[in-house]
Design a protein around this ligand. Structure first.
Ligand code: C2E
Ligand code: MG
Ligand code: MG
Length: 859
């Protein structure tokens, strides 16, 4: 302790006595040697108090001559100890040789010199020192002044820094993923080797300054940059993004991509850092695992768990698109015998073969699964028809029961099939499965090798269909087919202009079978081709016969199905039929459907052109129900567009349907076709079609399809449509609608005094019919009615007949919807019940004035 105090004192007195200039001068009895160390003196304080070690040593003896406090403190020697040492003593032995060498050269130069040295402290610690020295003369002897700056820490830090930077690069290069970083403009600032390789640049440094547009994934550059911009703008990382890319060699690679904003020390975003991991192998492995988990190892078909998934999916699809779904349970009959007699290998082989056969029977989109053992399950999507295709199920049975070679033995095996149907039998997957299972057991009980449906009604329908199919084959030969004729009528003159031949099948036990039940079957089985040939011949012969009998010469239309149309012999059949009957071609018309026309357009155009050349007329049947391409439509040399009966049915009350009907009429006329509406059943429909210049009509309103005798009678009595009776537009016409007959009567009584033509309707439908037949000016409607409320009704009327003035008479104040209707212009006024007679009368008069004002009618 005492020693330390002593040291301290010594530190405070750094100048050794002999070298204290003043003392020395006094000792020498003269002036201090200011020449030699005057400058030293001047900087004495600086020397003493400088925080860095400094000393002066004798250039010859190398002994320390003077040291400062910092040197004492830093090196751990006392001043006295220093003064007993040479500069060699503060060097580790390994530095001695270099020092000796340096000193040798130093003697020749006096200049300043800076260098790095390793020094030793008293306690043996090695320190790195930046030494600068310069020569001086002290008391006539050469000496050197030394300034020592301990740079140990700094060097260590620098080395560490350097090492850590190297380390980073090393680490980054050893990471097997691609790493890159970019600046705010998505310009690359660096990357690792893996990335450089992927980018096709020779080394990581080459990436600096490049953009994605210059790299192999240039086609994705825009997307990449946009994504990075979002990351940098939001500061939010995009982690674990999976993406895939097709490589030049055709292989698909999957990547796991992480991108995060890059911050500087102050937390500002300066770019983006990304890592990209090729996970293709992992993905493959995952897929293999998934496949194994979801597929049966023997047949590679989906297993029970995947089947359940698919069934759920199929149900939701069928629900959305209103399809029918068949769940089919197939169990092999006597499979155990194969196993027992031929061994398990043979059994396995048989299962594989059956699996492949089942797969081959159905479409790509249908599911075939193996639930285990000899049980297979199918999910079949069956379109909108509610009767499942017996043909497909039969095909399944046939294909399973075709002989199989197992080793040297030929084996024939059958199966029992149970079917449940969505939505008929249920809408729940598990339930459908169970029902299919039950149906399958029924098939086993009933003697195997057959199909059973869960629902007996369906069973009956399927059976019926099978009967139809079987019976239809004989229909022609047994002369059970006949044709009925339905007149087509001109809407202008009212006269019959033509007729449509409609096929009828009268079966001895099934009775009259409707075309809806047998035309589809005939198409599926191909019978339609023969039927069609017969229809054309019969229709031509009949038309000619009527002409010969002196009845008006009329054109006869026959329906041609798609299947028939594709038949190469069609044109020849027609030529032959015309020839044999002697009917002039212009009296024959073919009705083709839209889907037929628009499918395989190139071929159709050619066939149609050929038919047209024969001189026969062509029309599109059921127009509006398919998808017509307008540009193709005009390339067909058509005579008629036939508005489908579903439109005719709905046009009076549904503004959208009405708009379709009006546009079809306008479209047909602009293309130079005539337009005929089918399914006309009421006078109102007739009036509406007349109002919009439809050319012809066909429907029960004029006549149902008739047998030849009845049709001839109709022609003989020259039955015609009554001429149009357009209402008098000058007559002020008022329509009253109320579901309450008493209210209606009271209103009519009240308003009769004002000389209107008053029309009364008790339902919206009735009102729509009256509107179609009369030029109505003002409508007064009740608000609350059973099928459609007053505002809804008048909303439709506004679209159908915008010129009308519409009033609500409401027994209760459903204010919101009424006000809403007023605001959207659907109604003009509304009054509450009970009404004041005089007020109501005045208001209705005002409504007529308003109508006249707007539309210039002359009431
Ligand atoms: P389609 O060619 O559109 O024939 C019009 C159908 O509407 C006929 O039904 C006809 O009886 C019916 N119909 C006529 N006026 C009215 C009416 O005012 N109201 C209602 N509700 N229905 C009316 P049908 O005879 O049952 O024939 C149905 C479909 O069967 C035909 O539709 C046609 O596509 C097809 N078809 C009929 N005969 C043949 C044929 O000889 N060959 C082919 N390929 N198909 C035929
Ligand atoms: Mg038709
Ligand atoms: Mg039709």
């Amino acid at each position: 302790m005492a020693r330390r105090t002593n040291d301290k004192r010594q530190v405070r007195q750094p100048w050794p006595r002999p070298w204290r200039p003043a003392a020395r001068a006094r000792e020498a009895g003269g002036q201090p040697d200011y020449d030699s160390y005057g400058s030293l003196l001047r900087f004495k304080r600086l020397f003493e108090e400088h925080p860095h070690p400094m000393w002066v040593y004798d250039a010859v003896t190398l002994r320390f001559l003077v040291v400062n406090a910092a040197a004492v403190q830093h090196y751990g020697y006392t001043e006295a100890e220093f003064l007993d040492m040479t500069i060699m003593d503060i060097r580790p032995p390994d530095e001695h040789a270099r020092l000796a060498e340096t000193l040798a050269t130093l003697r020749q130069e006096s200049a300043q010199r800076a260098d790095y040295w390793v020094h030793c402290k008293k306690d043996g610690t090695r320190i790195s020192v930046e030494v600068s020295s310069h020569a001086l003369t002290l008391a006539g002897r050469p000496a050197r002044f030394v300034f020592a700056h301990d740079v140990t820490d700094q060097l260590r830090m620098e080395t560490a820094l350097h090492e850590s930077e190297e380390m980073h690069h090393l680490v980054i290069d050893h990471i097997p993923h691609q790493i890159f970083w970019k600046d705010l403009d998505s310009v690359y600032q660096g990357c690792n080797h893996v990335f450089a390789r992927a980018a096709g640049v020779p080394e990581p440094a080459a990436i600096v300054g490049m953009r994605d547009t210059q790299l192999p994934w240039a086609h994705n550059a825009e997307r990449i940059v946009a994504e990075e911009r979002a990351i940098m703008a939001s500061g939010r990382a995009n982690l674990n993004q999976e993406d895939h890319m097709l490589f030049a060699d055709g292989s698909m690679h999957w990547f796991l991509i992480n991108k995060l904003p890059l911050h500087d020390q102050r937390g500002r975003i300066i770019g983006v850092l990304g890592t990209i991991e090729d996970v293709s192998e992992r993905k493959d492995y995952q897929e293999r695992l998934e496949h194994q988990a979801n597929h049966d190892a023997l047949t590679q078909l989906p297993n029970r768990s995947l089947f359940n998934d698919r069934l759920e999916q199929a149900i939701s699809y069928a629900q959305r698109y209103e399809h029918t779904l068949l769940v089919v349970f197939i169990d092999l009959d006597n499979f155990k015998l194969v196993n027992d007699n031929l061994g398990h290998h043979a059994g396995d082989e048989l299962l594989r073969i059956v699996a492949a056969r089942l797969r081959a029977c159905v479409r790509e989109t249908d599911t075939v699964a193996r639930l285990g053992g000899d049980e297979f399950m199918l999910i079949l999507l069956d379109g909108v028809a509610s009767t499942p295709s017996q043909a497909l199920l039969q095909k399944l049975l046939d294909s399973v029961s075709a002989p199989v070679m197992l080793g040297a033995s030929e084996v024939t095996i059958s199966c029992s099939v149970g079917v449940s149907l969505y939505p008929g039998d249920g809408i729940d997957a598990q339930l459908l499965l169970k029902q299919a299972d039950i149906a399958m057991y029924r098939a086993k009980e009933a003697g195997r090798n057959q199909v059973q449906f869960y629902e007996s009604a369906m069973q009956a329908r399927v059976a019926e269909r099978a009967v139809i199919e079987a019976e239809l084959r004989n229909a022609l030969a047994r002369k059970e087919l006949s044709l009925h004729y339905q007149p087509k009528v001109s809407l202008r003159g009212g006269e019959v202009t033509g007729m449509e031949a409609l096929l009828r099948w009268h079966h001895p036990t099934l009775g009259m079978v409707s075309p809806a039940r047998f035309i589809g079957v005939a198409e599926e089985t191909g019978l339609i081709v023969a039927f069609g040939r017969w229809v054309i011949r019969t229709a031509c012969a009949q038309a000619k016969a009527w002409q010969m009998a002196g009845l008006p010469a009329l054109r006869v239309a026959v329906n041609v199905s798609a299947r028939q149309f594709r038949d190469k012999g069609l044109a020849d059949d027609i030529v032959a039929a015309l020839h044999d009957s002697g009917l002039a071609p212009r009296y024959l018309e073919l009705e083709l459907t839209e889907s037929l026309m628009m499918h395989n357009i190139g071929e159709v155009v050619a066939t149609v052109a050929r038919l047209k050349q024969l001189g026969i007329a062509l029309s599109i049947d059921d127009f509006g129900t398919g998808y017509s391409s307008l540009s193709y439509l005009k390339t067909f040399p058509l005579t008629y567009l036939k508005i489908d009966q579903s439109f005719t049915r709905d046009m009076l009350g549904d503004p959208n349907v009405a708009a379709i009907v009006r546009s079809v009429i306008a479209l047909g006329h602009s293309l130079g076709f005539k337009v005929i509406a089918e399914g006309v059943e009421t006078e109102a429909q007739l009036a509406y079609l007349r109002r919009y210049q439809c050319d012809e009509m066909q429907g029960y309103y004029f006549s149902r399809p008739l047998d030849t005798g009845a049709f001839a009678a109709l022609l003989e009595r020259e039955q015609a449509l009554p001429p149009a009776q357009p209402g008098d537009p000058a007559r002020r016409t008022l329509l009253l609608l109320d579901d309450d007959a008493d209210v209606l009567a009271a209103l009519a009584r009240l308003l009769r005094r004002d000389d209107y033509l008053i029309l009364c309707a008790q339902s919206a439908q009735q009102a729509f019919e009256l509107l179609a037949m009369h030029p109505v000016h003002v409508i007064v409607s009740d608000q609350r009615m059973p099928e459609m409320n007053g505002t809804d009704f008048l909303g439709r009327v506004k679209k159908l007949y915008p010129d009308t003035v519409r009033i609500i008479l409401s027994g209760y104040t459903d204010l919101e919807s009424v006000l809403n209707a007023i605001n959207t212009g659907e109604i003009y006024r509304f009054y509450t019940k009970p009404w004041e007679d005089q007020v109501l009368r005045e208001n209705i008069q005002e409504a007529f004035r308003y109508h006249q004002l707007l539309h210039g009618m002359a009431p």
